[in-house]
Design a protein around this ligand. Structure first.
Ligand code: FMN
Length: 392
């Protein structure tokens, strides 16, 4: 089974990742991870920070002659601000010197991990909470999960995401989204992200993209922020990944955990999701068909999962992201040191991180699908899994 851990702070020397359980013999190059890292850095609605940082994950173990060796794969990615000694970060994040003279952050931002994190770990300075809870960590997640993505691709499973709503601007309903997207992923979901990436808000519809940009511009002017909804499609998934036999083996449950385990995510839907509650059963359940070679469904309202198992149709996941908590316009807060009612202080931040978050969401889904795949067809090497997959 694939497991991964990330370590590192936003402004520390580097982020580190360890990915365990990737079978031996998977072709893997650093450049393949760099593709999604670069995608995570691009998108309309960015603040100034990180515009200068180009992330690159260096593979430091587990790969030889361009192929995985079956052991843990470790990754390192430097944080340029620390490495280039910008804004005094090597002093602020020094691992050995005493904290004396370094300004404490005592104004918690509503909606961030600041206050509860400081209460929980008994900090009188929010800095350690900010450093680890921030979405900088998702850079290493994208790198780690990129390896699982590569594994899936080897077996014809592709993942692609796109934005369907920013603030109040988005598609009217499920049918409109299907009309715009379904023909694009007939030959694999990567076409979804490749097409969506042409829009800086990662929306497949040009008119909506323009409206979304306008929406972000308005919030940038008012000093506020915006969230929205994205959709992730997974194609090429064989029938029967996951299981109905136990609550913790349901594929939809595991996907939901991966999405909700990502910074700023507030909801998940599979297929029609909440929209199914407004329809009668005749207009929800996907009718079963057979084309002579295999079973299919007339529609895909269930987004490829029935009874906690993949049913062979593309998996369709939606994630809801809240507006990001750091904003130019202040909100009420309390100084943790003086207990005075006051206002937050602005820190440089994005207005809308949703277009970038899509890449993170695509990534975190990959190990979940890969593990369900390994559970069914698993082996120690790619060659062994290929044999099982062919006969499976
Ligand atoms: C790709 C991405 C970028 C983000 N960028 C910011 C940001 O610039 N400023 C900010 O305050 N929050 C940002 N967030 C959200 C915070 O990390 C998140 O709200 C915070 O860690 C609290 O966790 P919670 O929202 O899950 O409760 C971002 C999240 C993601 C996924």
């Amino acid at each position: 089974m694939i497991r991964y851990l990330t370590a590192g702070e936003s402004h520390g020397p580097a982020l580190t990742g360890i990915v365990e359980g990737i079978p031996a013999g998977l072709p893997l190059k650093e450049d393949e991870l760099a593709l999604h890292l670069a995608r995570r850095q691009q998108g309309y609605g960015r603040g100034g920070r990180m515009a200068f940082e180009k992330d690159h994950a260096i593979i430091t173990s587990g790969v030889r002659f361009g192929k995985t060796m079956g052991g843990p794969i470790s990754l390192t990615m430097e944080n340029r601000a620390f490495q280039k000694d910008e804004a005094g970060w090597p002093v602020v994040m020094n691992k050995e010197t005493e904290a004396g003279g370094i300004e404490k952050i005592t104004l918690p931002r509503p909606g961030h991990a600041d206050l509860v994190g400081a209460q929980k770990y008994r900090f009188d300075d929010i800095r350690p909470v900010i450093e680890r809870s921030s979405a900088r960590e998702t850079a290493m997640r994208v790198a780690c999960c990129g390896i699982a993505r590569k594994f899936l691709k080897h077996f014809g499973i592709e993942i692609g995401g796109h934005v369907i709503q920013i603030g109040n601007v988005g598609y009217a309903n499920w049918d409109e989204i299907r009309e715009k997207t379904d023909s694009l992923y007939e030959n694999g979901a990567e076409k979804i992200f490749k097409t969506a990436d042409k829009s800086d808000v990662r929306c497949l519809d040009a008119e909506l993209s323009e409206k979304m940009r306008e929406e972000i511009k308005i919030q940038r002017k008012t000093g506020s922020s915006l969230g929205g909804i994205y959709e992730i499609i997974v194609t090429g998934v064989p029938v029967g990944l996951g299981s109905f036999t136990h609550w913790d083996q349901k594929l939809d449950g595991k996907i939901a955990q991966a999405i909700m385990g990502t910074q700023a995510m507030k909801g998940v839907e599979i297929g029609l999701g909440f929209e199914a509650t407004k329809r009668d059963g005749q207009n929800v359940h996907d009718e079963i068909t057979h084309d002579g070679s295999g079973f299919g469904r007339k529609t895909n309202h269930y987004g490829g999962i029935e009874g906690g198992m993949s049913n062979g149709m593309p998996i369709i996941i939606r994630g809801a992201m809240k507006p990001i908590p750091t904003m130019l316009k202040p909100l009420g807060t309390v100084d943790m040191n003086t207990l005075e009612q006051t206002e937050t202080r602005y820190e440089r931040s994005d207005v809308c991180a949703l277009p970038r978050a899509v890449v993170v969401a695509e990534s975190v889904v990959a190990p979940v699908i890969a593990n369900a795949f390994l559970e069914k067809f698993g082996g120690d090497s790619i060659a062994e899994i290929e044999e099982r997959f062919k006969t499976g």
